[in-house]
Design a protein around this ligand. Structure first.
Ligand code: HEC
Ligand code: HEC
Length: 204
C-alpha cells in the first residue's frame, strides 16, 4: 500500500498536469446540459458515433477537451463546444462525467444476446418451431453449397435485414425454407442470431 502511494505520488510529481485540482460535480452537471444532446443523459450516449463519457477518467476528459480547443485533436463539432469551456469548466464537466455510472446493461445485454443467438443457431427454438440454423448453414456458418449460403462473419445489420425481409415476405426464398423459419422468429431472436453469426469466422 505504502509502495503504491509512493508510486502514485512519483507519477504525479513527474507529470504535474495530472495533479490538477478536482472539478466540481454540481457545476459540471449544469455545464453539461448542452452536451447531453449528443453524449446522452449522464454521458451514456446511445449513438455509436458519439462516445460514452460516463465513468471516463476526468484527467483524460480534460486533456481531450483541451486538445479539441487547441485543434491538436481535430473535430469540427467538438472544437466549437470545447471553445465554449474555460479550464475550470472543463475540470467541472470532467468531474461530473467521471462520477456517472456507465450503464452496465450494455455489456450484459450483448453477452446475453450472443448467448441467445448461439442457442438458436445451434439448437433452434422448439417451442416456436424454428429449426436450428446450423443444420443448413453448417456448424461454423460456412454454408453448404450449392443451396445454403455462408452466413459466418456477415454484417449483423445485413443478416437481420434479410431475416426481416424473409419474415415480411419482401424477400422470397424460392423453396420457402427461410420464409417459414423467419416468420416464426421474434425481432429479438433475429437480432441475437445476427450478432452471433457476425462473430463466426471459420473460413471455407
Ligand atoms: C453535436 C454533438 C456533440 C455535442 C453537443 C458535444 N459533443 Fe463531445 N463529441 C461529439 C463527437 C461526435 C465526438 C467524437 C469526436 C471524434 O470523432 O474525434 C465527441 C467527443 C468528445 C470527447 C472525447 C471522448 C473520448 O473518448 O475521446 C469529449 C471528452 C467530449 N466530446 C466532451 C463533450 C462535452 C463536455 C460537451 C459539452 C460541453 C460535448 N462533448 C458536446 C459530439 C458532441
Ligand atoms: C432448412 C434449411 C435452412 C435452415 C434450417 C435455415 N436456413 Fe437460412 N437459408 C436457407 C436457404 C436455402 C437460404 C437461401 C435462400 C435463397 O436462395 O434466397 C438461406 C438464406 C439465409 C440468409 C440470407 C443469406 C444472404 O447472404 O442473403 C440468412 C441471413 C439466413 N438464411 C439465416 C438463417 C438463420 C438465422 C437460421 C436459423 C434461425 C436459418 N437461416 C436456418 C436454408 C435454411
Amino acid at each position: 500500500m505504502k509502495k503504491t502511494i509512493a508510486a502514485i505520488v512519483a507519477v504525479l510529481w513527474a507529470f504535474p498536469g495530472l495533479a490538477q485540482a478536482a472539478g466540481n460535480v454540481a457545476a459540471g452537471k449544469a455545464k453539461s446540459a448542452i452536451c447531453a444532446g449528443c453524449h446522452g443523459q449522464g454521458g451514456n450516449s446511445t449513438i455509436p458515433s458519439n462516445p460514452i463519457l460516463a465513468g471516463q477518467n476526468a484527467a483524460y476528459i480534460v486533456k481531450q477537451l483541451k486538445a479539441f480547443k487547441s485543434g491538436k485533436r481535430k473535430n469540427k463539432v467538438m472544437a466549437g463546444f470545447a471553445a465554449s469551456l474555460n479550464d475550470k469548466d472543463m475540470r467541472n464537466v470532467a468531474a461530473y462525467y467521471a462520477s456517472r455510472k456507465p450503464i452496465p446493461s450494455r455489456a450484459a445485454n450483448i453477452k446475453a444476446l450472443l448467448k441467445q443467438g448461439a442457442r438458436l443457431y445451434r439448437g433452434g427454438n422448439a417451442s416456436s418451431g424454428v429449426s436450428a440454423c446450423m443444420s443448413c448453414h453448417g456448424p461454423s456458418g460456412q454454408g453448404i453449397p450449392p443451396l445454403f449460403p455462408r452466413v459466418a462473419g456477415q454484417h449483423a445489420s445485413y443478416a437481420s435485414a434479410q431475416l426481416k425481409a424473409f419474415k415480411s415476405g419482401a424477400r422470397k426464398d424460392p423453396r420457402g425454407m427461410m420464409t417459414k423459419i423467419a416468420s416464426r422468429m421474434t425481432h429479438k431472436e433475429i437480432r441475437a442470431v445476427s450478432e452471433f453469426m457476425a462473430g463466426l469466422v471459420k473460413n471455407k
